[in-house]
Design a protein around this ligand. Structure first.
Ligand code: HEC
Ligand code: HEC
Ligand code: HEC
Ligand code: HEC
Ligand code: HEC
Length: 418
């Protein structure tokens, strides 16, 4: 008897998922999913629906992820309207207008719930080719990746920073200014480069547009399996040498970017390593500028909101007593905010080296140079992608205090040459 009940349970889940996949039914699979384990009596391993197991294994279906349980302690435990578009399947349906409301806005707080088949597969998405980004720019000519771009473009843009700093001198502390956070895993914002203005782009500089990569490997779902979300490493290996694991992707380096961007004397490391090393240099410049020019030293903790704190004991590290909300950094100057914004935008997109490596390098490069120019040093200038054939592209005006920045820098990883 119990076995039949379980079997019927599986059948109804399967039927629900199948209907959802066929766009013929309401999205009732896991519609009440909140922060809890699936009922133990339901063993999903027997379910045979296309891509069901793949989706089940992904972060999108992870009932315990912070991205879905974040609001469970609230009263009532609903996802607020301004978060619902990306953090709840019901909120996303509201955003798309599948609930009968207007397209493009979330009207109400929604029940918590992981992504469902119908979050991506529905009659609105099958017609949609555009996404309006946080910068107000529009990504167009999109195919099935339209859903990915909707949720993975971040919540702020270079424009937010531009607006915040308007009217202030570059090194003036802005009263009442907090950190501006692009949000997390804004892969599409990185990928779109200057076509999306996700990063803070310095005046007078030109930035990489959308990273086209190669034909047939230019969309989200061409590199990522859209259901497991994993990068399809075996397909990369057909063009990139010595690639067996996801970790190996960090060794990829192409001739078109064979320039020593980070100034460590090695242009054969993976492009991911160039990005990382420039990020270390930027941290160094942020810390030097904050103490030398602002007079209040800054530290960063990638896991503690809002990420930037006052370095009360001047040791350069975010210690547990410093990395708390009450000690958040409050002495933002325009120059510091722009660079910190870019640091976070790069750091929180772990796949940025594949999404648009040159855009990330430009953002880091320009942030470093801008901070250095305020410290009046002179010394090494770093090559910048896109400028006069890269190699000769040293920014003439950049004054870069090699000693104060390089000496504080963590050891560069030069081990991984390909
Ligand atoms: C435009 C889409 C979008 C909106 C709107 C949005 N988020 Fe997110 N958020 C994301 C994505 C995508 C991630 C997943 C990042 C990842 O892969 O870890 C995320 C991750 C998070 C995380 C987990 C961070 C971590 O480090 O694991 C929290 C917390 C969060 N968001 C809070 C919020 C809050 C609060 C709001 C509303 C004020 C909000 N988000 C609105 C897209 C969005
Ligand atoms: C995060 C978005 C997303 C979710 C969630 C999702 N899919 Fe998909 N699905 C896609 C994308 C993107 C494709 C690839 C379409 C392409 O190749 O252009 C796809 C392809 C498919 C296909 C193949 C269509 C074809 O043309 O061959 C089927 C069937 C499918 N999904 C069913 C499901 C089912 C069932 C679920 C839930 C268990 C699900 N999907 C969940 C995004 C998603
Ligand atoms: C409704 C919003 C939404 C849509 C649509 C969406 N994502 Fe996500 N995505 C998220 C959230 C939220 C997370 C964080 C999930 C977690 O932490 O478990 C996430 C996580 C991810 C991750 C990281 C997975 C992990 O295990 O950490 C990848 C990769 C990803 N998404 C790719 C995609 C791709 C590719 C598409 C389109 C086929 C897509 N997403 C569509 C909201 C969305
Ligand atoms: C050229 C191939 C490629 C394309 C195109 C691509 N990605 Fe990625 N993506 C990667 C790689 C490589 C990683 C890093 C994977 C790792 O280290 O686990 C990554 C990482 C991610 C992550 C972070 C996963 C995590 O663990 O936090 C998200 C989210 C993501 N991609 C979403 C997208 C979205 C959305 C698109 C489309 C706008 C996209 N990607 C396009 C290759 C690609
Ligand atoms: C059909 C051949 C081909 C396939 C398949 C392919 N790539 Fe590429 N990849 C290229 C080419 C060509 C470039 C140089 C593009 C450019 O710079 O404009 C490149 C550039 C890159 C870069 C940047 C390297 C640098 O030095 O700037 C990364 C990272 C990358 N690919 C990752 C991936 C991943 C991850 C996959 C698998 C999901 C993949 N590629 C599949 C051909 C390919």
């Amino acid at each position: 008897m119990k076995r039949i009940a379980t079997f019927l349970g599986i059948l109804s889940v399967a039927a629900a998922a199948w209907f959802v996949a066929q766009n013929e039914g309401p999205p009732n699979l896991l519609s009440a999913a909140v922060a809890q384990e699936p009922p133990p009596s339901l063993n999903y391993s027997h379910v045979e629906i296309p891509y069901f197991q793949a989706w089940m294994s992904s972060g999108h279906a992870d009932l315990n992820s912070e991205a879905f349980v974040h609001w469970q302690g609230d009263d009532p435990p609903l996802v607020p309207a301004r978060c619902g578009a990306c953090h709840s399947s019901a909120g996303h349906a509201d955003f798309l207008g599948l609930d009968g409301s207007a397209f493009g806005s979330v009207e109400e707080a929604s029940e918590a719930g992981v992504l469902q088949c119908s979050t991506c597969h529905n009659e609105v998405n099958s017609q949609r080719t555009e996404v309006t980004l946080p910068s107000g720019m529009v990504a167009s000519d999109l195919g099935t990746e339209v859903s990915c771009v909707t949720c993975h473009s971040g919540r702020e843009s270079g424009l937010s920073v531009e607006r915040a700093v308007e009217g202030f001198g570059e090194d003036d502390v802005m009263p009442d200014q907090g950190f501006i956070n692009i949000h997390y895993a804004a892969a599409a914002a990185t990928n779109l480069g200057s076509d999306g203005n996700g990063g803070y782009q310095y005046e007078g500089m030109t930035y990489e547009p959308t990273f086209e990569h190669v034909e047939s490997f230019s969309t989200c779902q061409s590199c990522h399996d859209p259901h497991t979300l994993e990068v399809q490493v075996d397909t990369c290996a057909s063009c990139h040498r010595n690639i067996e694991t996801t970790e190996d992707l960090r060794t990829i380096r192409m001739r078109g970017s064979g320039v020593d961007y980070d100034g460590d004397g090695n242009s054969r490391t993976g492009i991911a390593v160039e990005v990382d090393n420039l990020r270390y240099l930027l941290m160094d410049a942020l810390q030097a500028y904050s103490s030398e020019v602002v007079g209040s030293a800054i530290v960063y903790d990638s896991g503690a909101y809002p990420y930037w704190f006052v370095d009360t004991n001047s040791d350069g590290l975010a210690t547990p007593d410093e990395a708390n909300f009450g000690n958040q950094y409050r002495s933002w100057t325009p120059r510091l905010l722009k660079a910190a914004y870019n640091y976070q935008a790069v750091y929180k997109d772990l796949g940025g080296y594949a999404h648009n490596p040159k855009y990330q390098i430009q953002l880091l490069h320009d942030s470093i140079m801008d901070l250095a120019s305020a410290m009046g040093g002179s010394g090494q200038a770093l090559p910048r992608p896109g400028d006069a054939g890269d190699e000769s592209a040293v920014l003439a005006q950049a004054s870069y205090d090699q000693e104060s920045t390089l000496s504080l820098m963590p050891a560069l990883d030069t081990s991984n040459t390909s």
